[in-house]
Design a protein around this ligand. Structure first.
Ligand code: PMP
Ligand code: GLN
Length: 454
């Protein structure tokens, strides 16, 4: 900028700067006032930042963070290529703020069919940067200072800091495990809410409950009866439901994923959240959405128009093409929404058997691509850290990635406060190539042999 002004003016400005002593300020110019906003207090640590870094540094086999290591389906990558290099150069420009028209239209058609109601693409659907942003928007749009939000443990960890950033108070209620009969492996269905305990968490201050079915990390798929229990309490206490259904297509053993918005009295009070990342095995695309009544979505649009405003047009266009294909093939064997869970169920069964064989008792998930396993029998392998309050599962996961090269996520990361004592489980992601799962099995088998050989 100084180069543009004439030499004498430049000289004058430089003189002025030094005579005013600007440069001698530099030492003292450090800010001394606290800079961090109060809303960030206590939420600076994040398991993904820490454990993804550890996995990148030490792991040879990464079953930690949830993403597939196999490619998305060809029809999706082909759609992306068409969007990128096709004739419509306007796909490189901004699109409609609340969602690219082809995407909101097909989402409205698809979810309209699933929910059994006519959806208006312009008012009942909004596109976001992944499901993460959809969640963030919900808390910003609906939660005021002091509002309580019920979160069911174990829970996808971001719910808690997002509620706090909005000024809300998270209220936790745990899924409680029941021991399976006849020495069978535990199932995620054995983890249930205690109806009286859940009811006791609803109060005058409760504004919303967060539901995540299929659940990350357990893989629990809520039954109709369990959803009705939650729905009845929402209606009785006039509470909103933020329903995170990003794993909606990943359900096994013929189980049905039931959308809570389809239950009596729930459409009007539910925002359903989805993710193309999980739906089409393309987590890096970061395309998500919210579906719900206009009376709720209008406030989500307000947050969006005053923050991000647009999501990437190309990715939205390709996801729209992907959904268009799936709409045409709905329920048919060629549908990706049928083929992906079929493939994943085989991988689940393989990993269940592999973990069981080494004594890490797996909890068989009904959905998602995660599996939680009991690591109690490995306590003697992991060095004790005297006076440390770090849970055993966290020490175990760090020790295992550093010493065995296998990355996982400790279950205590999905708990808060009082119930953090579920600290003898780790979570494995099985959305992996068979070769990756086999490499994990080799690590575990070798470890078992080392343990048993004299
Ligand atoms: N909810 C749950 C339960 C998740 O596991 C994830 C992680 N993918 C998200 C939301 C965020 O999804 P996205 O990657 O689309 O932002
Ligand atoms: N949802 C994914 C998981 O649970 C990824 C989370 C993340 O990277 N923050 O592993």
């Amino acid at each position: 900028m100084l180069r543009r002004v004439g030499p004498s003016l430049r000289h004058f400005l430089l003189e002025r700067k030094s005579s005013a002593g600007y440069s001698s300020y530099s030492g003292k110019a450090k800010m001394s006032r606290p800079v961090q906003a109060r809303r960030l207090e206590g939420i600076d640590k994040n398991i993904w930042v820490e454990l993804v870094q550890l996995a990148a540094t030490y792991s040879t086999v990464d079953l930690g963070q949830g993403f597939p290591d196999f490619p998305p389906p060809d029809f999706l990558t082909e759609a992306a290529v068409r969007a990128l290099s096709g004739e419509n150069h306007m796909l490189h420009q901004y699109t409609r703020a609340f969602g690219h028209p082809p995407l909101v239209k097909v989402l409205a058609q698809f979810f309209g069919k699933l929910l059994g109601r006519d959806l208006d693409p312009m008012t009942n659907v909004m596109v976001t940067v992944g499901a993460y942003q959809a969640l963030f928007y919900c808390f910003q749009a609906f939660i005021d200072e002091g509002d309580e939000v019920i979160i069911i443990e174990p829970f996808f960890d971001c719910y808690e800091p997002m509620v706090k950033m909005a000024g809300g108070l998270p209220v936790f209620v745990p899924l409680r495990p029941k021991a399976p009969k006849d020495g069978k492996l535990m199932s995620s269905a054995d983890w249930q809410l205690d109806p009286a305990e859940l009811a006791s968490k609803f109060s005058e201050q409760t504004k919303a409950i967060v539901l995540n079915s299929p659940n990350n990390p357990l893989g629990k798929v809520y039954s109709r009866g369990e959803l009705e229990l939650i729905a009845d309490l929402c209606v009785k206490h006039d509470v909103l439901c933020i329903s995170d259904e990003v794993y909606e297509w990943l359900v096994y053993d013929g189980k049905e994923h039931i959308r809570i918005a389809s239950l009596r009295g729930m459409w009007d009070r539910t925002v359903t959240i989805g993710s193309a990342g999980k739906t089409f095995s393309a987590t890096g695309w970061k395309v998500g959405w919210t579906v719900g009544p206009n009376r709720l979505l209008q406030h989500i649009r307000t947050v969006h128009q005053n923050s991000v405003y647009h999501c990437a047009t190309l990715a939205q266009d390709a996801v729209a093409q992907g959904f268009q294909r799936e709409l045409e093939l709905y329920g048919k064997p060629e549908s990706y929404f049928i083929q992906l869970p079929t493939e994943l169920q085989k991988k689940r069964d393989w990993l269940v058997q592999s973990l069981d064989a080494v004594g890490m008792k797996p909890i068989v998930p009904e959905g998602t691509y995660f599996l939680v396993a009991d690591i109690s029998q490995f306590k003697s392998d992991v060095p004790d850290v005297p006076d440390s309050d770090e849970p055993y599962d966290s020490r175990f996961a760090k020790w295992m990635v550093k010493n065995k090269g296998l990355a996982t996520i400790p279950l205590s990361s999905f708990y808060c406060g009082a119930h953090k004592n579920y600290s003898h489980f780790v979570r494995f992601c099985f959305a992996k190539e068979d070769a990756t799962l086999k490499a994990a099995n080799d690590i575990l088998q070798k470890w078992k042999q080392e343990k048993t050989s004299p």
